[in-house]
Design a binder for this molecule. Structure first.
Ligand code: FEO
Length: 165
């Protein structure tokens, strides 16, 4: 059985993962209408991953006998100035999520809630992966550059990362 503080914090994370899925799906629409099919495919795959993260938490909470709560999910932004701006925002958002997962882990450790510590390990590893992927994408964008046909090559490179997901 989880503490009330733990259930409330896990529910906040459920809401954040749902928002993340909506954020990336909305970003994919921006990429799609700019003709950036590779970026759009990557972002749609990210949106699916975030939905899976949400469901994993949702299941864990009800398996402990507590009630998962979806709550109200705010609307994500719709406009971006450039590919680099968009992916910088993805990277910033992933860092925010990592901070939240670390906060959950600190709470679980403090409460000696070993079941939740064990459950959260997967998210710790997943955040490491996601931050690494975003760093690779930001490096590619910086190395290729957005001038001339750069955006075309960036889109192709990011599409290849999406293909490997
Ligand atoms: Fe669910 Fe990208 O963290």
């Amino acid at each position: 059985m989880l503490s009330k503080a733990m259930v409330d914090s896990l529910n906040k994370q459920i809401q954040l993962e749902s928002y993340s899925s909506n954020l990336y799906l909305q970003m994919s629409a921006w990429a799609e209408i700019k003709g950036l099919e590779g970026c759009a495919a990557f972002l749609r795959a990210q949106a699916q991953d975030e939905l899976a993260h949400m469901h994993r938490l949702f299941k864990y909470v009800y398996e402990t006998g507590a009630l998962p709560v979806l709550g109200t999910i705010k609307a994500p932004p719709t406009e971006y100035g450039s590919v680099s701006e968009l992916f910088q925002k993805v990277s910033d958002h992933e860092q925010l999520i990592t901070g939240k997962i670390n906060g959950l882990m600190t709470l679980a450790l403090g409460e000696k809630d070993h079941s939740t510590v064990n459950f959260l390990q997967w998210y710790v590893a997943e955040q490491h992966e996601e931050e690494h992927t975003m760093q690779k994408i930001l490096d590619k964008i910086r190395n290729i550059g957005e001038t001339g046909s750069g955006v075309y090559f960036i889109d192709r490179a990011i599409g290849m990362i999406a293909g490997g997901k």
